[in-house]
Design a protein around this ligand. Structure first.
Ligand SMILES: Cc1cc2nc3c(=O)[nH]c(=O)nc-3n(C[C@H](O)[C@H](O)[C@H](O)COP(=O)(O)OP(=O)(O)OC[C@H]3O[C@@H](n4cnc5c(N)ncnc54)[C@H](O)[C@@H]3O)c2cc1C
Length: 157
């Protein structure tokens, strides 16, 4: 598990997921459950960076409560077996608290998350993609772009 840019990321990974928000981390968890090897999440800031940028006092509108055991998933959870409501002990977490849930979930699930790495360009290659990132290049058989709708890689324009 890795939450910093200090750890060596392999030159080639099976799946590179760009963005450590709920979408990227949720997909990483699903791929872990499917036993897909060498899955790495690359994040330019910190885990839950979008939430860390929320103004103080801004809270999730969708309520968090741990109904998972009854088949009612916590609306803000990234997996069926976790609940921000349960781990944070509050129904409407603010951005900082929700980012903390994402970080705790990443740790608990043993996800490979490399923070402080901005992916600037994606280049198609014969066997997948080359990701041009801060600090070097990584090749990946598959790429999942989880940077929200306005987060696009450079197209050279
Ligand atoms: C004020 C506010 C209140 C909200 N309230 C709710 C709510 O109550 N309930 C609800 O369900 N939703 C709510 N939302 C929406 C919710 O925050 C988003 O739907 C959710 O964050 C989307 O998740 P995501 O993983 O797709 O994107 P994000 O959480 O934005 O994650 C994308 C990640 O990608 C990283 N990234 C971007 N570009 C790159 C790059 N080139 N290289 C590396 N990393 C990159 C970013 O730093 C970020 O960490 C709210 C949003 C806002 C702004």
């Amino acid at each position: 598990m890795n939450l910093s840019q200090d750890r060596h990321i392999p030159d080639h990974v099976t799946v590179a997921i760009v963005g450590a928000g709920p979408a990227g981390l949720g997909v990483a968890r699903v791929l872990r459950d499917l036993a897909i090897p060498d899955v790495w999440v690359l994040e330019r800031g910190r885990i839950g960076q979008s939430f860390l940028r929320w103004p103080a006092g801004t809270r999730l509108l969708t309520p968090s409560f741990p109904g998972n055991v009854f088949g009612l998933t916590d609306l803000n959870a990234i997996s069926y077996d976790s609940s921000p409501g349960w781990s944070l002990k509050r129904e409407h977490p603010d951005g900082g608290a929700y980012a903390r849930y994402l970080e705790q979930a990443s740790l608990a699930f043993g996800l490979n998350v490399a923070c402080g790495i901005e992916v600037r360009e994606l280049e198609p290659a014969d066997d997948g993609f080359i990701l041009h990132a801060d600090g070097g290049e990584i090749s990946a058989a598959f790429v999942i772009w989880a940077c929200v709708q306005f987060g696009t890689p450079s197209d050279g324009g």
